[in-house]
Write a protein that binds this ligand. Structure first.
Ligand code: PMP
Length: 315
């Protein structure tokens, strides 16, 4: 499908890809109040399948609540809309749902607080990366940098649980700086110096005795892949703990990996230029990565309820 032929759901109707725009003076663009979520679509033998659709839509509802955005759709309505959007956009690999205030503003408080919802289903590589000149950086195993100057968002400003545009401005500048210094990704600390998360992923370590550990929920975005890995690891008989971690816990770990919808399980090979374990993807990391891949391909019946199959419409 050609990019310009893709259809984007906007408030109950489908519009052309090129028409999904907002005015430069819109409230969400000027003040960072866009709430969003990113969902993956996988090719399976039974057709396209959306990973943990309901959980993502519930997180969007929670984000709108934290950001005081008066959303007028329920999670169920947005699930139905997402399925319809995937059906209209063959070969889509990603769904991005955005809830924003499009009205023009002169104050931080919108005059017209009507929230508009848009759902795009697309293939990031074909529709976006291939059409942009810039190089897209994606390492198979990550060189991580522990960012100490910029802390993870403070809960008295906008909680880390909100997936809202404003929360990404500070991590973006820190990640950009680290990228220029030769790292792939950064890990952010909380205000007390404990490990929080990466700009768009959660972090796990495997201790030398084989325990899987990840920071607790109150300081991070509630990653859907993180919750999936916690459940999966427990089902595989791995000891799992959520607890505060120090940067030194990362450096002395046997394995470290990140999790995100966009990347699944992402092995870390070094932190601050120091090798983690043998400096390659660890055994437990790879086992969880391939198990999650099997699930998203619809090949593990026990976890089939994590997928929403999109039955193609008869044409
Ligand atoms: N933390 C942040 C700040 C994120 O933006 C993301 C990406 N949504 C994650 C963690 C990982 O969450 P998920 O597994 O739901 O993609």
């Amino acid at each position: 499908m050609e990019t310009q032929d893709r259809l984007i759901w906007r408030d109950g109707n489908f519009i052309q890809w090129g028409d999904a725009t907002v005015h430069i003076l819109s409230q969400s663009l000027q003040r960072g109040t866009l709430a969003f979520d990113y969902i993956s679509v996988h090719e399976t033998r039974q057709g396209p399948a959306i990973f943990k659709l309901r959980e993502h839509m519930e997180r969007l509802v929670a984000t709108c609540h934290l950001g005081s955005l008066p959303l007028s759709y329920s999670a169920s309505e947005m699930c139905d809309a997402a399925v319809a959007t995937v059906r209209r956009n063959p070969d889509a690999k990603s769904i991005k749902i955005s809830a924003l205030i499009p009205s023009l503003e002169v104050d931080v408080i919108p005059q017209d607080a009507t929230v508009s919802v848009l759902i795009a289903a697309y293939d990031g590589e074909v529709d976006i990366i291939a059409k942009n000149k810039g190089e897209y950086h994606r390492a198979p195993n990550l060189k991580l940098f522990i960012e100490k100057e910029k802390r993870n968002r403070r809960k008295d400003i906008m909680p880390a649980q909100a997936k809202i545009a404003a929360n990404y401005a500070s991590p973006m500048t820190a990640k950009w700086k680290a990228r220029r210094a030769g790292y792939d990704e950064i890990v952010l600390l909380d205000e007390d110096g404990f490990v929080a998360e990466a700009p768009t992923s959660n972090i796990f370590i495997v201790t030398p005795d084989g325990t899987l550990k990840t920071p607790p929920e109150h300081k991070i975005l509630h990653g859907i892949t993180r919750a999936s890995i916690l459940e999966l690891a427990a089902a595989r008989g791995i000891d799992v703990m959520t607890e505060d971690l120090l940067p030194t816990d990362l450096l002395s770990a046997a394995e470290v990996f990140l999790t995100a919808t966009s990347a699944g399980v992402w092995p870390v090979e070094s932190i601050n230029n120091q090798a983690i374990g043998k400096g390659v993807a660890g055994e437990i990391t790879l086992a969880l990565k391939s198990h999650l891949n099997r699930i998203t391909q619809g090949l593990d019946k026990k976890f089939n309820h994590w997928l929403t199959y999109v039955i193609k419409s008869a044409s």
